[in-house]
Design a protein around this ligand. Sequence first.
Ligand code: GTP
Ligand code: IMP
Ligand code: MG
Length: 338
Amino acid sequence: MTCTIIVGGFFGDEGKGKIVAHIAHQDRPTIIARGGVGPNAGHTVQVGDKQYGVRMVPSGFVYPDARLCIGSGVLVDPRVLIAELDSLNAHDRCFVDFRCGIIEEDHILRDRRSDHLREKIGSTGTGCGPANADRVMRTGRLARDVPELARYLLDVPAAVNAEIDDGASVLLEGTQGFGISLYYGTYPFVTSKDTSASQIAADIGVGPTSIDDVIVVFKAYPTRVGEGPFSTEMTHDESNALGIQEFGTVTHRERRIGCWDGEMARYSAMINGCTQAAITGIDKVDSACYGVTEYDRLSSKAKEFLRCAESDIGRPITLISTGPELSQIIDLRADYQE
Ligand code: GTP
Ligand code: IMP
Ligand code: MG
């Protein structure tokens, strides 16, 4: 049984939601805990023809047998959280650490009215930057101060570490991506916190010695929303010719599309302490691979892409996603276990 962290290796939106949902169904964790910034994230999970988009609830919710926890480093917008719990009917299995910072209406207004955040950085307008600023100034409210959250409050690190000590399987999910880390990304065009695996562990209150695996998720064609450098960005004409177009889950802005960035993948794998990598969007490398679930059935073009990507990352690619739906994946993890 293992404690696994899943994080984004490029600029976010790599498909972590789908990868977490798949791993959850395979590994049957007793707890899935979320780290990362807050409701600026948007995870998409597609099961059959039903598509879910979540911003606060861990994307592992599609696996019904795990407790869902939000770590103390994550900003909680109580309105967003409660609306999601209503729509997913997940009130009884979702828990919030009592130390989570709270996003107030005023944080959202400050985010949206700030030329610097909204125009220059291209923030999501969800109040995360101003709420993290207030947390650093030690003026913000915490989850324990909000009556509507009382029924969800939990000492999340105590619950997660108890499961780890019991030898259960535990998933720690990250949000955003390496390139928008406050420490390692393209500052100032970044989010309001680090996004690397160490930060996700700290967000949830799990020490580095308890982590068995760090799975870094990369997308074959990286994307970026908001402003900031993107060295492998394509022109609109190039991405259209490849038939690639994506829109943000939270802001519905069109995502900028780029080519595979081997240098960034390697650097990101290093800082995240990657043990295994996942690649999404292999169906965009070769549409003949859409929905394929066995490695041997991938085309030689896709296999060649994966060989190059694996050499860039310097770690084995053990999960290969071939479409947005949960079952469209090749899982090679068992082949790499010692
Ligand atoms: P953040 O936490 O906001 O960074 O998001 P995320 O990493 O969970 O990704 P998000 O769901 O925002 O975006 C990924 C998009 O790619 C979604 O629309 C997924 O449904 C889709 N997707 C995931 N895997 C694949 C894949 O293998 N092929 C294709 N075509 N789409 C995929
Ligand atoms: P903020 O986190 O809303 O302050 O936005 C800062 C930058 O991070 C902007 O460029 C956003 O588009 C980007 N960003 C924040 N969260 C995500 C995410 O989950 N996926 C992709 N980009 C994000
Ligand atoms: Mg997203």
